[in-house]
Design a protein around this ligand. Structure first.
Ligand code: G6P
Length: 368
């Protein structure tokens, strides 16, 4: 398949805008009106899933961040304990495997050396079975795992992963649901989650259309050397992914923190030269997040907030707000990722870096 940029300036930009469509593709044939179709993880999946008591996720880079979000989902919605670790650490330590643990790898390429080595090691241990969430059919991870679930993101060319990440999140949500219905997830809750998934592609379109506002915001970053990304709950990994995107392609040092942890160190860094990006959906943690952000403002920090339109943030001299539509809580990590990708993209373009091929990085790291 020959992939071109179409009318876009960079592959990354094209891939960002493809997300509504490829998320639709990832859901296609996998959900019915009210439920996730049981067969989508393969014919042998049901037997394995019946025995799952615990999940161990292994991945690298952006794929690791999608796994972090999944931990929140698995424990909150399904009541299934989940551990997650980067592959390069996992493969070099002694691990204790609890009975009934499903080993899950997440990878765009299916060829990342550390993730593959971790899978091979796991096969020697007493895991229940292995599952990979992967974007490349017939890749090594797909061939060597017991169960395979393909993200339908299509070829991703930009080194900085975008559509692979959001389709991984969608896939992990489906996994959480099929495992969860064997644990604490009710049919009513499943129906709510599936209904939200049906609305996801059009919500993505709506949020991606905020691009001109994000472009304007990006101008505040191009001369900066450091930045801080904050989120709470499942938005903490979203902040991590936002920071990773910015550092990968714009070379601006970006750190992410769970907002409640600010007082334990990063507040010392805050001054007027440090842009602080926050992800603020209107959920149970909003008030906590707001009081964390007030502490930042009190120290002269400039805030850039991606907020639910009803979250009560106002634009002023020290706060720039981009309002997002209200979305179901289950979709927040996917939806709030989109403008963060756009932000890094525009900052990188302003800085004139090689957006699709950032220095020193490779799309797929197949050697250790
Ligand atoms: C490289 C890429 C990242 C990617 C990571 C894991 O570092 O530059 O974009 O997230 O590898 O790759 P994988 O193919 O396993 O998802």
């Amino acid at each position: 398949e020959v992939v071109d940029k179409g009318h876009y300036r960079h592959f990354m930009q094209k891939e960002i805008f493809e997300q509504a469509r490829v998320i639709g593709n990832t859901l296609q044939g996998r959900i019915g009106q009210h439920k996730v179709l049981e067969q989508v993880f393969g014919t042998s999946a049901a037997d394995i899933f019946d025995q799952v008591q615990r999940v161990q996720i292994i991945a690298c880079g952006t794929s690791y961040h999608s796994g972090l979000v999944c931990k929140y989902w698995l424990e909150d919605w399904a009541g299934i304990p989940c551990d997650i670790e980067v592959a390069s650490e996992y493969r070099y330590r002694k691990v204790v495997v609890s009975p009934g643990t499903l080993f899950v790898t997440i990878s765009q390429s299916g060829e990342t050396a550390d993730t593959l080595a971790a899978l091979r090691l796991a096969k020697e241990l007493n895991y229940l079975a292995s599952l990979t969430i992967c974007n490349v059919p017939n890749s090594s991870l797909a061939r060597e795992s017991d169960l395979v679930f393909m993200t339908q993101a299509g070829p991703e060319i930009g080194v900085a992963s975008t559509k692979a990440f959001t389709t991984q999140l969608v896939s992990l949500q489906l996994l959480t649901i099929v495992l969860g219905r064997r644990h604490q997830l009710s049919a009513e809750r499943e129906a709510e989650l599936v209904e939200a998934l049906h609305s996801l592609p059009s919500l993505c379109e709506e949020v991606l259309s905020l691009d001109p506002e994000v472009l304007e915001m990006s101008e505040h970053f191009s001369e900066k050397h450091h930045s801080l990304f904050l989120g709470r709950g499942p938005q903490y990994p979203v902040a991590m992914e936002g920071a990773l995107k910015l550092k990968e392609i714009s070379y601006i040092h970006a750190e992410s923190y769970p907002a409640g942890e600010l007082k334990h160190g990063p507040l010392a860094l805050v001054d007027s030269d440090m842009p602080i990006v926050a992800v603020a959906p209107n959920n149970d943690l909003l008030e906590k997040l707001k009081s964390n952000l007030e502490e930042v403002q009190a120290r002269g920090g400039m805030l850039f907030v991606f907020a639910d339109k009803d979250a009560g943030f106002k634009n002023n001299g020290s706060t720039k707000v981009i309002n997002l539509p209200h979305v179901p809580a289950s979709l927040e990590p996917i939806i709030y990722t989109l403008p963060l990708q756009q932000l890094s993209y525009h900052v990188a373009v302003l800085k004139g870096t090689d957006v699709d091929q950032p220095r020193n990085l490779a799309k797929s790291v197949t050697v250790e």
